[in-house]
Design a protein around this ligand. Structure first.
Ligand code: P6P
Length: 337
């Protein structure tokens, strides 16, 4: 009868992963089980972040993490949650985390075929301010016959099996992409405790007059970076006689998610202060580059090299990055001729 039309064709992440697995007849189901462990850790982290302010989990845990910034309690909890989820899955051979100086090897996961890099709570310095933070992840497959060594993860992003991020905002938004696949967005339904497919086949607009960069670093930028960003501030015919809009949250996952949805460019250029850039290749730049390329955009480093072809020497190596709308990245390249 008349009344609210209820959508009964709900695609959960669990169903999506099963359907993906069926497409690959050689699949053993290991990747699916690894992703179930991943989604469990996202749900757990989302739960703790939602309660953080109430249970006063914010504030400093008093311990310094390996990358030197003050470690907030949620960093510690999220990192531990993630490590235990990967360990108990039995499908992860080794894990690189922003919070851990050394690689974590799961030696009892004998059959594990995957290596994971993650930033458990990226943007955590914004936590107390209620700004959206997120988890960024990148999944590599071990070389044939490898028991899991750092060579299995010090590889170009072109070899990533899957990558994505979960942004903990008003609701938890998961964005995931597989090699050569599309980008799909899921929203956590807290009632069901399921990630629901809400953004199938995400495509980044080819161009959009929005730029996202920390202008506080502009004194240290190279000249062609300065010239490029200055050019965006002039009204131009191309943008209907208006300058670009500036949007910067300071939390990569939040800036990336907005750029993916609306278009434009997000950048953290290498500069005189941070000659190798600030963002980490393995668990910030490469996974984001895979998402942006699979959504029809581009991601390059400060040498204008395709980010997915950059190979880190060490697990915490950094890179400058420009990522966003296809045409905008082309324009940036034109300033670096
Ligand atoms: P800045 C957060 O600390 C982070 O790692 C990313 O999430 C974010 O994009 C960047 O650093 C912000 O850096 O120097 O602008 O505060």
């Amino acid at each position: 009868e008349e009344g609210e039309k209820v959508n009964t064709n709900i695609v959960t992440l669990t169903r999506f992963l099963t359907e993906e697995q069926v497409k690959h007849k050689e699949a053993t189901g290991d990747f699916t089980l690894l992703c179930h462990a991943l989604q469990f850790s996202f749900k757990s982290i989302a739960y703790y972040i939602r309660r953080a302010t109430l249970v006063n989990l914010t504030g400093l845990a008093g311990s310094m993490n390996t990358t030197g910034d003050e470690q907030k309690k949620l960093d510690v909890i999220s990192n531990d949650l993630f490590i235990e989820a990967m360990r108990s899955s039995g499908k992860c051979a080794l894990l690189v985390s922003e919070e851990e100086e050394e690689i974590i090897y799961f030696r009892d996961a004998k059959q594990a075929r995957y290596a994971l890099a993650c930033d458990p709570i990226d943007g955590s310095s914004n936590l107390d301010a209620g700004v959206s933070v997120g988890t960024i992840f990148a999944i590599h497959k071990l070389e044939e016959g490898s028991q899991g060594t750092k060579e299995d993860i010090l590889k170009p992003g072109t070899e990533l099996v899957a990558a994505g991020f979960t942004m903990y905002g008003a609701s938890a938004q998961l964005v995931i992409t597989m090699r050569g696949g599309s980008v799909n967005g899921f929203t956590l339904d807290n009632g069901l405790g399921e990630f629901i497919l809400t953004h199938p086949d995400m495509r980044i607009p080819k161009k959009r007059a929005i730029y996202s960069v920390n202008e506080g670093n502009s004194h240290y930028w190279e000249d062609n970076v300065k010239t490029y960003f200055e050019s965006l501030k002039k009204p131009s015919e191309e943008t209907g006689g208006k300058p670009y809009s500036a949007r910067y949250i300071g939390s990569m996952v939040a800036d990336a998610y907005r750029t993916l949805l609306y278009g434009g460019v997000f950048a953290y250029p290498a500069d005189k202060k941070s000659p190798k850039g600030k963002l980490r290749i393995l668990y910030e730049c490469a996974p984001m580059a895979m998402v942006f390329e699979n959504a029809g955009g581009q991601a390059i480093d400060s040498h204008m090299k395709r980010m997915l072809e950059v190979v880190p020497e060490n697990i915490h190596d950094k890179a400058g990055i420009f990522m966003g709308s296809y045409d905008e990245i082309e324009k940036i390249k034109s300033f670096h001729k």
